[in-house]
Write a protein that binds this ligand. Sequence first.
Ligand SMILES: Nc1ncnc2c1ncn2[C@@H]1O[C@H](COP(=O)(O)OP(=O)(O)O)[C@@H](O)[C@H]1O
Ligand SMILES: [Mg+2]
Length: 235
Amino acid sequence: MERVKTGIGGLDEMLNGGLIAGRPYVVMGAPGAGKSVLSTQFLFEGIKNNEKVLYVSLEEAKEELLQNMAVFGWDMSQMKILDTAQELGSERWVLRADTLMNPPEFTLDNLIKTMWDRIKVLKPKRIVVDSVTSVKMLYDKDFQMRRGLLSLMNFLFKSEATSLLTSTESSMNLMEQSLASGIIKLHKIESRGEIIHALSIEKMRGSDFDKHIRPIKITDRGITVFPNETVFEKG
Ligand SMILES: Nc1ncnc2c1ncn2[C@@H]1O[C@H](COP(=O)(O)OP(=O)(O)O)[C@@H](O)[C@H]1O
Ligand SMILES: [Mg+2]
């Protein structure tokens, strides 16, 4: 099976060479745990290999995302971005893509349609949907939300890209966790008044993987995983 390198030092080692290509994965963690940094780094690895990549940014507008990622010095000019923004002077949230003259309202149907239009033309090898929590908030009924999520996951499978869906932790996210081919969890642990960042792989279909929680560092070079270190000292 083809493996796709995440580009995150140490993580590919934990994954025995990378993610199995063409499948959707969930990246979960609390706000500030590093989901967007990890996602961007994953796409940037694709850009370095001359692959086409698509970032579906539903939490941060494109301008904000580019600003937040600027510190890492990654050249994002090749990254196609589809985002949401509130229309000036209205309550309406719309989907934006550089090819859309009339941005449609942010609904799941429109999201999938817009993504499909982009994917047909771009044929991306890597897709990020950041975050699936924003998709869920489109629904006020649980069963509709589950149906919507199922459509999105099915759609990502069909796209043939290797995709990451970010998700904040809650009891509501069992659905995407069971549908995903794998789950990467980002931890924020408080220890003696300090916040420690860490990463673990919770599930990976069709592959062996490192079962430990490993410390990570977020610096201006992105995320580095320390696959030979443990978070807690023994004893
Ligand atoms: N240049 C940097 N150096 C060190 N830490 C950074 C840098 N940029 C962002 N961070 C850290 O990365 C985290 C933000 O990650 P982000 O991916 O936006 O979180 P999430 O998407 O999970 O909410 C924050 O904890 C922030 O402190
Ligand atoms: Mg984020």
